[in-house]
Design a protein around this ligand. Structure first.
Ligand SMILES: Cc1ncc(COP(=O)(O)O)c(C=O)c1O
Length: 275
């Protein structure tokens, strides 16, 4: 997204890059800003882990934490980022949700990487969706290589994406989720038109059981969307049976979630079990 903006002339040396983010894309952008000499302003909703805010500040970003409100509300973090960038000279709003340079990057990098690493012997790709960039770009590349690779969208509760894939209508599902960076109430430009074969909805308790199982059995300390992804990958692998290859993404590490997902008291206060 940044390279395309540089190529198009939308970004000039010394400009400010602005983004609305649950945190991780912001962390990536803060690194890019450091490497390429831009200032960085990040808008984040206040329902995300404080560790992500701290990392962003350590990386030199200016972080504006704003109340969590739906996308339809003018004070939504994405809308605030857009307005802020428009009002400031030499500022660019990245717009990861609807800027299709996002899915192109996955078409050009993540998709080929998966194809190479599996020697083309892949039966299914599954992943949860935030912007839709990963699933849309990867699925486009993989289906061009072989049309019968199954693409399965994984969704958390309280999101509209499971209903969108299974019924064609993007109505919100019941409940809310403690996962971060995934789920959406709308179909972004990145997700629109993606070749998706089916969807699974995964509960927070199944996600929690999976991240703790990965920690204890594999020594892997990973975040909540990874728990959703691994749980979904195991479900699809069970259905396909032995001898098949199912690929997913381990999105980020667990260190950013110490105060929530890896805080037993916080989980128990919310009614979850930690085995
Ligand atoms: C931790 C985490 N998992 C999953 C996703 C979703 O990926 P995508 O936006 O490509 O759909 C994100 C998005 O940035 C994320 O930060």
């Amino acid at each position: 997204m940044i390279r395309e903006a540089e190529r198009d002339g939308a970004l000039q040396p010394g400009d400010t890059i602005v983004e609305g983010t649950a945190g991780n894309t912001g962390i990536g952008i803060a690194h890019v800003c450091n490497a390429r000499g831009y200032d960085c302003v990040i808008f984040m909703p206040d329902n995300q882990s404080r560790e992500k805010v701290e990392i962003l500040e350590t990386l030199g970003a200016e972080v504006r934490v704003v109340p969590t409100v739906p996308y339809s509300n003018d004070m939504n973090y994405q809308k605030q980022a857009d307005r802020y960038a428009r009002a400031r000279d030499g500022a660019l709003w990245v717009n990861q949700f609807d800027n299709t340079a996002n899915r192109r990057a996955h078409y050009e990098s993540t998709g080929p990487e998966i194809w190479r690493q599996t020697d083309g012997a892949i039966d299914a790709f599954v992943c949860a969706v935030g912007t839709g960039g990963t699933i849309a770009g990867v699925s486009q590349y993989l289906k061009q290589q072989r049309d019968n690779i199954e693409i399965m969208l994984l969704d958390c509760v309280g999101s509209a994406l499971f209903n969108y894939v299974t019924t064609g209508v993007a109505t919100l599902s019941e409940g809310s989720s403690i996962t971060e960076g995934i789920g959406n109430a709308r179909i972004t430009d990145n997700l629109a038109g993606a070749a998706i074969d089916g969807a699974l909805q995964i509960s927070d308790q199944d996600m929690i059981d999976t991240v703790y199982r990965l920690l204890r059995e594999e020594g892997w300390f990973l975040g909540s969307s990874t728990g959703v992804n691994v749980y979904g990958a195991i479900e699809v692998a069970r259905r396909l049976g032995p001898g098949h290859t199912v690929v997913t993404v381990l999105c980020d590490g667990g260190g950013k979630y110490r105060s929530r997902l890896y805080n037993r008291q916080w989980l128990e206060d919310k009614g979850f079990r930690v085995a």
